[in-house]
Design a protein around this ligand. Structure first.
Ligand code: ADP
Ligand code: MG
Length: 251
């Protein structure tokens, strides 16, 4: 079963004078339960792809279906529930004056799902946080704890697909592995599908079944974690990323 099917996908940003063709024709197929990565340097269009798939950006063309349903640039509430996004900056994505309980209950309520005290406690427990955290404010949490809340908020609407945009890039190295393990565990348990974006090759190699290498708005290579481990790529840019990552590890 195909969870993401994207063909001939383009994104153009227009201002009054200029047009920037940011995503320039990508094809992407992800099966249910797969974890697929997109890696590439800053500005190549990774976040733009995710923002379009989750309905935050409407200016795209091409054929997209999620979970077997065709998706148009103007999204409906129902198909927004199928895909949820986790952002790089967990502080920016939580309202500073809303308690954690409210951050979790609102999306569930909007989708007509259970959102009472018990449901919130269960959602927190799923991401390794105690029920009392419902009464706290975002500034009372560490970066890692806030990212756990952001993951709980995505999961509470029971999505089939998580779009993860650099979910550990803003965190201390010691916390990154904890969050990646949490994501792996939840995926296994719920048979979730992940599309994981990172500029860090070691993150995608650790997490993903397949990895697309993106450069200037197109996919130039597709790698397996074994390819990355063996330092093997077809495209020169992908080879460059692997070599740079190996040097980074040695430093
Ligand atoms: N809303 C927007 N309007 C105009 N240009 C944008 C917009 N969003 C992103 N861009 C441009 O699109 C390119 C890709 O951005 P992005 O998808 O954020 O890259 P990445 O996530 O790979 O770092 C960048 O050049 C960025 O400046
Ligand atoms: Mg980005």
């Amino acid at each position: 079963m195909t969870m993401i099917d994207v063909q001939d996908f383009h994104v153009r940003f227009r201002s009054r004078k200029t047009e920037t063709h940011v995503v320039r024709g990508i094809d992407l197929r992800v099966a249910r339960g797969e974890c697929v990565g997109i890696v590439g340097e800053s500005g190549c269009g990774k976040s733009t792809v995710l923002r379009c798939l989750v309905g935050l950006e409407g200016g795209w063309t091409g054929h997209v279906s999620l979970n077997g349903k065709p998706v148009r640039p103007e999204r409906q509430k129902e198909d927004l529930r199928a895909a949820q996004m986790v952002f790089q900056d967990p502080f920016g994505s939580l309202h500073p004056r809303h308690r954690i309980g409210r951050a979790l209950s609102e999306p569930a309520r909007c989708m007509g799902l259970p959102h009472g005290r018990e449901r919130i406690a269960a959602a927190l427990s799923e991401v390794g946080l105690p029920a009392e955290f419902a009464d706290r404010f975002p500034h009372e949490l560490s970066g890692g704890q806030r990212q756990r809340v952001a993951i709980a908020r995505a999961l509470i609407v029971e999505p089939a697909l998580l779009l993860l945009d650099e979910p550990t890039s803003a965190l201390d190295v010691s916390v990154q592995a904890e969050i990646l393990n949490l994501l792996s565990d939840r995926r296994e348990e719920r048979n979730l599908t992940y599309l994981l974006v990172s500029h860090d090759l070691s993150v995608v190699a650790h997490m993903c079944d397949r990895i697309f290498v993106m450069q200037h708005g197109v996919f130039v290579d597709e790698l397996s974690p074994e390819d990355i481990g063996a330092g093997r790529a077809n495209h020169p840019y992908a080879q460059h990323l692997i070599t740079a990552s190996l040097l980074g590890d040695a430093a």
